[in-house]
Every structure is written in C-alpha cells, then in structure tokens.
Write a protein that binds this ligand. Structure first.
Ligand code: SAH
Ligand code: SF4
Ligand code: F3S
Length: 471
C-alpha cells in the first residue's frame, strides 16, 4: 500500500500511551509509519484525555492548529481518539469541520477498516460504541511493540468505582479484565524484543479478574514474575480500599516486583473522602501505609491529591497537609479539582474559588518538595540498582553546576531505581557504542548528589556483572 506517514499526539495517562502503541501497530500493515513532523503526515491522530478541563482544552487547542494543514493538504486525514472523543462524540464533527474521524476508547481495533473506509469514500466517521467486556481482538498481542526497555501492558480496562469527581467510568466504560494467558503472551513477546521492565496497567488493578473469575491480581503478578528474561515488574493503580494482604505480601515474595506503590489518597479528610465516594477512611489508609512499611521498610509510596474539592473547608485541607506530613511520600501528584461534565461532583454545592484552589495547590507542592528533597538526600552515598533506559534527556551535560561538566567530555545516561527514582550518571570519555551496551542493563550506581527531582551518580559495576547476576 506504499509508504504513508502517521503523526500521533498522545495526551493523558499511560492507558493512552499503551493505546497509541496499539494504534501504531494496527496501522503498520496499511503502510503507515510514524513521523514526528506534522507537515509530512498523511494521517494525524490526537489521542486525548478528559480527566480535567485543562486536559480537554489542550486537545482542542492542538486540533485547532490543524485546520490550516488540512486546507493546504485536503487528502490529509485527521482523527481524534481517546477520552475526549468518547465524551464528546459526534459534536466534535460540527465543532471542527476539518476532523474526519472521531473514535472512542473501545474503537481502536476497528481503526484499520475505518481508515480504509475514509480513504476510499472520503466520508466522515464517528465510532464511539462501548461494550461491557473486553473481546480477544481488543488487544493485538501478535504485532510486536517497539523495542523499548520499559513498556506498559494494559491488563484491564474501564472502572466501576465511580469516584464522584471522575470521568473515567464514563469514558472508559465498565471494568473488564484480559485473561492471564493473553497478558503473559504479550509480555513474553515484549521480552523477546528486548523489553526488561513492564508496568501492568489498570484503573484499579486490585480488582483484576474478580468479575470474570479469572485469578487474583497477586496471582497474575506471580505468573508474570516467572517469565524468563524479564527484569522488573511495576503496576498502577491500586485503589487503597482494595489493597489486599496478598498484594502487600507479594512485595516481599516476588523478586521482580519493584518496591514502589502508587496509592492515591486524594484527601486527608474523612468528610471529603466520603463525598468523593472513595470508600476508605483516613485511618484505614494510614493503617495500610504502615503495614506496607512494616513488611518492606524500603518501599517507596507515591500518591495523588485533589485540592479544592467542592465543600473542602480550611480544616479539611489542613487534614490533607497533615496526612502528607504523616506519610512522607516519595512523590506526589497534586491536582486542582476540575468540574467534569455529568459527574456527580459537578452538581455539588460550595465550589471553592479558583484563587483558593491555587493557594492550596501551592501549599501541597511546597510541603511535598521538602519531603522529596529529604528522601533523595538520604540516598546520597548509597548504591542503587538502576535499570538504564537510554541517554539522559538533558543531553550530554548536566544543567546544574559542578556535575560532570568539570570532568571533560562525557555522555550521560538515565535510568530508574526499583523505587522509581530517576538517576543520571556519566561515564567519562565514552562513545556512542557504549550507550547500546548500557541500555537495558541494571547497573550498580553510587549516588553522589540529590537534585530536586532526580539523582546523580557514577557506575560501580560493569554491565557484564549485572547480566551475570540476572538482574
Ligand atoms: N484510577 C486511578 C486514577 C485515575 S485519574 C485511581 O483511582 O487512583 C488520575 C488522577 O487524576 C486521580 O487520582 C485524581 O487525583 C485526578 N483526578 C481525577 N478526576 C479529577 C478531577 N475532576 N479534577 C481534578 N483531578 C482529578
Ligand atoms: Fe476515577 Fe476513581 Fe476509577 Fe480512579 S478509581 S479511575 S479516580 S473513578
Ligand atoms: Fe487516562 Fe485521561 Fe482517559 S487520565 S483514562 S486519558 S481521561
């Protein structure tokens, strides 16, 4: 079918990253290869996020920029997918006359036929149908992923939790899990292609397989742990209400499971948690954190916080700050509450003023910055196992003074610790060839310096050593 160019802009969470990978793989047989240059694209896909109003605005403002491109090149196909597409559906066609295709979160597997139809008939298509269960061909396991070192694997889709602020259950549909065999086959394929680390994705992995009677999440993890050649396993997200004893125990029993859990608390106030429909109390949450740390003292814990939920009083907010002080997270994502169409909280009274929400956000971020810095500082002088995922993003020299620059010409690499902290390290006088040899290996790195959101160190083990140890 000749060679055509696909430009794909992925917004939002890891689910969308995974879906964009699927889209690339499904469209490859039609002759599409990926470009990062908008002007040369024959097909532009925008994979959108609807979680907050800002995310949605970002999608529409990017789409707005595409109108002149379409004018210059009428045969260009423009498609909008993901959560905004699912939410807005047909309305997008009237709002944006140059958009050819609106496809929802469960329409990805039909994309090849849809694109062929649009090419042949020059028609406009809306495909936002939702199904309640995953069908085997929703996920293409037979077409290899791009050989990255770390990959995402979606193990379930949708969400049944209906937190009152959240659009996910509406735009991703009912919770539904993929069978373990399918997941294992996909991961084995990834490992054969050089992938060393997988992150298993679901909105609430702890309820994996329950509806379908497949197996428990910790049992799935044990199966994944048995895959030869795989180095590390991560997962996200575990809802605090469902964090089970078995999953906690898995952190000790499964050697490949990274010592990190993202356990979003959202608020430290029971009154707010109740109105959010989170179905746990502050005490229950803190108890689970304590138990995790008793089982594995080195475990890293991260969280999400929403500030300015409708009706959040100053004392509710103080309870959130107090919880952050008590837990001392390794990292935190904080969000300003954003009204979403048709979710229950959109109709709640006592909305918080924008200025107040911004102040609360700043207070959370400032508090957490102190803990992040302390946690990073505590690692200086320790040796960490770092899975190298390539050259550092900031280029060969570190922006902060006093680091590798003063040692002459260096390349610099980046990787992560098991606790998910970013580590940069340099190797003086190296060549590009070394990059290939380091990428994908787990190295012992002596941490020299803590930055605000990352660490710097130097190699103390050779790649050969780490391979021998099977890390
Ligand atoms: N399933 C995951 C979260 C998915 S959304 C979980 O339950 O943890 C990621 C984060 O976005 C949420 O944890 C929440 O903190 C934030 N979020 C969701 N809806 C939001 C809204 N309407 N306004 C602000 N933040 C929101
Ligand atoms: Fe949204 Fe709650 Fe489901 Fe997470 S668990 S996706 S916050 S509804
Ligand atoms: Fe993810 Fe955003 Fe959709 S967070 S599930 S891409 S609404």
């Amino acid at each position: 079918m000749g060679s055509k160019k696909l430009f794909i802009n992925t917004m939002g969470c890891q689910m969308n990253v995974y879906d964009s990978g699927q889209i690339q793989r499904l469209l490859a047989p039609l002759g599409f290869s990926v470009t990062d240059r908008l002007e040369e694209a024959d097909l532009i896909i925008v994979n959108t996020c609807a979680i907050r109003a800002k995310a949605e605005q970002k999608a529409f403002s990017f789409l707005g920029r595409l109108a002149p491109l379409k004018e210059r090149k009428p045969e260009l196909i423009i498609g909008i997918g993901g959560c905004v597409a699912q939410q807005e559906g047909r309305q997008i066609l009237s709002r944006m006359p140059y958009v050819d295709l609106v496809f929802g979160t469960q329409a990805i597997r039909r994309l090849p036929q849809t694109i062929q139809r649009i090419t042949a008939k020059r028609c406009r298509v809306v495909d936002v149908e939702m199904e309640t269960t995953v069908s085997p061909d929703d996920f293409s396991t037979d077409i290899p992923h791009m050989s990255e070192i770390c990959e995402y694997v979606t193990i379930m889709r949708g969400c049944d939790n209906y937190c009152t602020y959240c659009v996910v259950p509406y735009v991703r549909g009912r919770e539904s899990s993929r069978p373990p065999e399918e997941i294992l086959t996909e991961i084995r394929g990834l490992v054969a292609n050089g992938v060393r680390e997988v992150t298993l994705l679901g909105q609430n992995v702890n309820s994996y397989g329950q509806k379908e009677g497949l197996c428990r999440f910790d049992q799935l993890l044990a199966m994944v742990n048995g895959i030869d050649g795989l180095g590390r396993i991560r997962f996200t997200t575990s809802h605090p209400k469902d964090l089970s004893q078995e999953l906690m125990a898995a952190f000790n029993s499964l050697d490949k499971l990274c010592p990190h859990i993202h356990l979003p608390v959202q608020s430290g106030s029971d009154a707010v948690l109740k109105r959010m429909n989170r179905r746990y109390t502050r005490d229950q949450y803190l108890e689970k954190v304590e138990r995790l740390r008793r089982l594995l003292p080195s475990i890293a814990i991260t969280s999400d916080i929403i500030v300015g939920f409708p009706g959040e009083t100053e004392s509710d907010f103080q309870l959130t700050l107090d919880l952050i002080r008590q837990v001392q997270y390794d990292g935190l994502f904080a969000f300003i509450y954003s009204d979403r169409p048709n979710v229950p909280a959109a109709h709640f009274d006592h909305k918080i003023a924008e200025a107040e929400k911004k102040e609360r956000l700043q207070a959370v971020l400032a508090l957490q910055d102190g803990f992040t810095a302390q946690k990073n500082q505590a690692l200086v002088g320790t040796v960490q196992k770092v899975l190298v995922d390539g050259l550092g993003k900031t280029g060969p020299h570190h922006p902060e003074e006093g680091m590798p620059d003063d040692r002459g010409a260096v390349d610099h690499w980046a990787g992560r610790t098991g606790t998910n902290k970013i580590v940069h390290f340099a190797s003086a006088g190296s060549t590009g060839g070394l990059n290939e040899r380091l990428t994908g290996h787990t190295l012992a790195i002596m941490i020299e310096k803590a930055m605000s959101h990352s660490l710097w160190g130097h190699i103390i083990s050779s790649p050969a050593e780490s391979v021998a140890k099977g890390e």
